[in-house]
Ligand binder design. Structure first.
Ligand code: COA
Length: 373
């Protein structure tokens, strides 16, 4: 078994960002219009009026201040409230592939590798634009990579599951260099008409290159000391969109096939799942939690991340120890922990230990323990 490392990382950030105030103004305009249109039912008590959203609530409950999106105008238009995406021809790159390509090219550049040296591409993310041909196979083609490619979906934990698959392939010699790409257009499955969750998600794409340690040459390499994955069934985060939707009798409502969650329950159940996973993984590797310089955690909720880091460290984490990107990006699903890694790894010294940890629907969780070379 060969030792492996992350030899490069990349990030694509969409050009347009939406502030909480802009999002709340759009939602409140929609709610006012809805309440006016349903005034009679609301007065008769047969329909509930929609209460307004607030930026203060969003920041306090989640830590989110803004989010990037592939189309700001559509999301903020109260008569649309979803990104408007131009339907592309079959010869054009799929939007997810285009985003993934930008992140993948950056990861290759930072690893000092050409696409032709890559022999596996995994697209690991929550939502695929289509079932097939696989996004990964199109990405492999447009990148000019060799070998094989496949899509995998383990919700917000997808990147950690992808890293483990890549590490296993490199360690056993079935692939020499593996790209794990996580393009997320989360705004496509977000119900912007639901006050409870309209602020949660944003769009972005990330990429990591995994290689055998003794062959990698990037300037910012991190040895993979270990990976550990866990899953535990829960209905508290669901997305019921699927190919059987049109066949179902009775048919589902439009808003039943978008993201929905029981946020409080998720918070309560995922914090122990993830902190126990991290503590057990570190202990089995013989690493004291105090020796971990950085936690690149999935970015869904600020208090949740602080609580997980506190349970692992036994004290309050500093901003450097558990960096936050969800204030600017919101929850970008599988991309979140990798964005944190991509933006906050350069200051670590050789020998420093960091943990990349992703978690989400399923439930699913993954821990990747890294040492800066
Ligand atoms: N503006 C103003 N008030 C709002 C609001 C909004 N946009 N959305 C909800 N509220 C209200 C609720 O109606 C509720 O009012 P009530 O107390 O009168 O009933 C109150 O604020 C609290 O709502 P609640 O949903 O319990 O808030 P919360 O503190 O649990 O925060 C989340 C909601 C989603 C931010 C939080 O639960 C969370 O992030 N959980 C973790 C989810 C997660 O990690 N998911 C992973 C996805 S991959």
């Amino acid at each position: 078994m060969k030792k492996t490392c992350i030899s490069g990382s990349g990030l694509f950030t969409p050009a347009e960002s939406i502030s909480n105030d802009e999002l709340v103004a759009a939602y409140n305009a929609y709610a006012e219009r809805y309440n006016a249109e349903h005034a009679a039912e609301i007065a008769a008590g047969t329909t509930n009026a929609l209460p307004p959203s607030s930026s203060e609530f969003i920041v306090k409950a989640s830590g989110i201040k803004a989010r990037y999106t592939v189309d700001k105008a559509g999301v903020l238009d109260p008569s649309c409230m979803r990104p408007r995406i131009r339907k592309r021809g079959e010869d054009e790159p799929a939007l997810m592939v285009e985003m993934g390509l930008a992140a993948a090219q950056q990861a290759l550049a930072s690893a000092g590798r050409a696409a032709s040296e890559v022999d596996a591409v995994l697209v690991a993310c929550s939502n695929m634009q289509r079932p097939y041909p696989a996004m990964a196979v199109e990405l492999q083609y447009r990148l000019g990579a060799r070998g094989y490619a496949y899509d995998m979906n383990v919700a917000c934990a997808s990147a950690a599951f992808g890293v483990q698959a890549a590490v296993d392939a490199c360690a056993r010699g079935s692939a020499r260099a593996v790209l794990v790409v996580s393009p997320e257009i989360c705004t496509g499955h977000l119900n912007f008409r639901n006050r409870d969750c309209h602020f949660i998600f944003g769009d972005a794409a990330t990429a990591l290159l995994i290689e055998p340690l003794d062959e990698a040459r990037g300037a910012e390499r991190f040895e993979v000391l270990g990976t550990r994955l866990a899953t535990q069934f829960s209905n508290n985060i669901r997305n019921d969109f699927g190919f059987l939707n049109p066949c179902e009798q009775p048919p589902r409502r439009w808003d039943e096939v978008l993201f929905r969650q029981e946020g409080r329950k998720v918070f309560k159940e995922v914090v122990p799942l993830v902190s126990d996973l991290l503590l057990a993984h570190l202990s089995d590797l013989g690493i004291q939690p105090a020796a971990v310089k950085r936690f690149w955690l999935h970015q869904a909720n600020l208090s949740m991340n602080q609580l997980i880091a506190r349970r692992v460290l036994g004290r309050e984490p500093s901003a450097q120890e558990a960096p936050v990107i969800l204030d600017e990006y919101a929850n970008t699903s599988s991309a979140g922990s990798v964005i944190a890694f991509h933006k906050y790894h350069r200051d670590l010294a050789p020998g420093d230990i960091g943990v990349l940890c992703a978690f989400g629907a399923g439930y699913s969780a993954g821990s990747v323990v890294l040492r800066r070379l």
